[in-house]
Design a protein around this ligand. Sequence first.
Ligand SMILES: Cc1ncc(COP(=O)(O)O)c(C=O)c1O
Ligand SMILES: N[C@@H](CCOP(=O)(O)O)C(=O)O
Length: 415
Amino acid sequence: MAKPQLLKCAICGKEYEPEENLYTCPDCGLDGTFHVLYDYEKAAKEITKEKLRENDDFSLWRYKAVLPVEKDENIPPLAAGWTPLYSSQKLARTYGVKEVYVKDDGRNPTGSLKDRASAVGVAKALDYGRDVIACASTGNAASSLSGFAAVSGLKSIIFVPESAPVAKITQLLVYGACVVLVKGTYEKAFDLATEAIERWGWYNRNCAINPYLVEGKKTCAMEIAEQLNWDAPDFVFVSVGDGCIISGLYKGFSDLVKLGLTERVPHIVGVQAEGASPIYKAFKEGAPRVEFSPASTVADSISVGAPRNWAKALNGVRSSGGDMLAVSDDEILSAIPELARTTGVFGEPAGVTAFAGFRKAAREGKLPKDARVALVVTGNGLKDIDGARRAVGQPIVTEPCLLGLEKALKERNVI
Ligand SMILES: Cc1ncc(COP(=O)(O)O)c(C=O)c1O
Ligand SMILES: N[C@@H](CCOP(=O)(O)O)C(=O)O
């Protein structure tokens, strides 16, 4: 397992020795999220292409030489990661690029990419001998934490907005979390969780605060590169709310270069919903920081007006020569059936937002014809059925007889 060497503030660049209760830079406050740095020379000996070829651990822990967990026995017994990467020639042809790959992270055990972070967060809490772990969430970080905490014997306390989709709230209750529905937005839930965590001394699983969580998310990037035989794509599209996943993707691709496993970091393209796009706005204005504003979008997971990991997210996009895009709710909703019908991958609204952004960029001629593109689908479509139902038609309802069926099928031009 890897002991991180240093924590480096994403704002002022100051470096710190890792300590149990050091989450963000003391000088920069909550804005000062940390990059986690390792002894890469040492790690490069442990994590080689040959060793990975022989490694039969098809989970994110195959990269444990660069994951910040100290004891093997603390790894939760629920496999996250090594999700499928599908090649879609149909999407490549339709949108005029060379290759399109779809990384289906909705296939994680609780149905979202957040499982990668929760697996690391729970292991880290156990490393520190903690027994309660808490987070604020729009729903996916929450369901994921409650699942991983349950199998590892930790108590989880979860703060979600009262409006979170019922499937996500049900997951929390099924896994036995202490579920707190906050009357208000995700931002209100986040602030209350932060105060409560401090007041009662629970371990903090919020990715936007706890630097080790982004380390879990970076494994998605590492898998994409490994699944493409270490030939990283040119562009990676991902949806953005708080900015933690996109920061993780940039970190993953950067670590691979430091380890000598790949040659370059892809252009990272973040996609936000128009109604919740503060990072997009800051990027387009070339602003040094992100201004918070109220959020409203059908994609509940990225309905974030105060993205707490903005510094690392902006840095990832800028350093990779990437871009930020904003798409409308209609563009998000129509992406759900199109992605499902072309690739079989059913994503929740935030899960298909990367595809909606890719489609828009391609239609606007922003992508070169020889581009190799990866789209990260961050959450499973079954998480938010109401969103999906808004994007599709109605089923046929018939009396239970052939005559009735024939009439109905003719009305729909099926026969
Ligand atoms: C399905 C899904 N997609 C995208 C995101 C956005 O991730 P981040 O908040 O790290 O930017 C989330 C966060 O909840 C999510 O659940
Ligand atoms: N929208 C996210 C926010 C918190 O997730 P994190 O993994 O970034 O801490 C969610 O609730 O899933």
